[in-house]
Design a protein around this ligand. Structure first.
Ligand SMILES: [Zn+2]
Length: 168
C-alpha cells in the first residue's frame, strides 16, 4: 500500500501550536517514526511535508499536490491539538467512508494507550483532507497543552498505535 504521510506544520510560516510542548516537535517525532515503521513493514511512503513555503496556504497546497501527484492510497496528516490547557484526548478527522474507517481504526489504537476518545470528526473544512483525491485522515494525536495528555504521551507508543490502526 502507498501511504502519503504528512508531518503537520514544520514549514515556516506554517508553524504549529505551542503548549507544554511544541506541536512542531511532536509532529516530527511521531511522523518520522510512523514513516520508518510503515517502510519496515514493506509499505511505500510518500512524504508530503514541503521543505519550504511562502504562506500557510502554500504549505498546505504543496502537501495536497504531492499526495495527488503520487496517487497515494491513503493520505495521513499528523498533528497535535491545543485549546485551553484543559481539553484532552484524541480526535481524528475524515470525510469519505474509507477515510472514516481508517480514522476509527487509528482512534481505537491511540485510545488503548489511555487517551480520551473525542471521536471521529467531519474533516470537510480541513483543506488537506478535503482536497486530497485519496481517502484522507488528519490525526490530532492528543493535546500539547494538556498536562494529562503530555504526561501520558510517548512518541514511540503513539507511532506504533497509529501504524497498527493504519495496517491492521
Ligand atoms: Zn496542527
Amino acid at each position: 500500500m502507498k501511504f502519503g504521510i504528512d508531518i503537520g506544520h514544520n514549514t515556516s510560516p506554517d508553524g504549529g501550536a505551542v503548549g507544554i510542548k511544541a506541536e512542531n516537535a511532536l509532529n516530527m517525532e511521531v511522523g518520522t517514526r510512523v514513516i520508518a515503521k510503515l517502510r519496515k513493514l514493506g509499505h511505500s511512503v510518500v512524504e508530503c511535508k514541503p521543505s519550504s513555503a511562502n504562506s500557510v496556504s502554500h504549505s498546505l497546497w504543496q502537501r495536497v499536490n504531492t499526495a495527488n501527484a503520487a496517487c497515494v492510497d491513503l493520505y495521513v496528516s499528523i498533528h497535535f491539538n491545543a485549546f485551553n490547557w484543559n481539553a484532552y484526548g484524541t480526535e481524528v478527522y475524515a470525510i469519505s467512508p474509507t477515510g472514516r474507517r481508517y480514522a476509527f481504526a487509528v482512534l481505537e489504537q491511540i485510545c488503548k494507550l489511555g487517551f480520551f476518545d473525542r471521536g471521529v470528526k467531519n474533516g470537510s473544512r480541513l483543506l488537506v483532507v478535503k482536497n486530497t483525491k485519496a481517502p484522507a485522515i488528519l490525526i490530532e494525536c492528543c493535546f500539547c497543552d494538556s498536562k494529562r495528555d503530555m504526561d501520558l504521551y510517548d512518541a514511540e507508543k503513539m507511532a506504533t498505535a497509529i501504524v497498527e490502526g493504519l495496517t491492521k
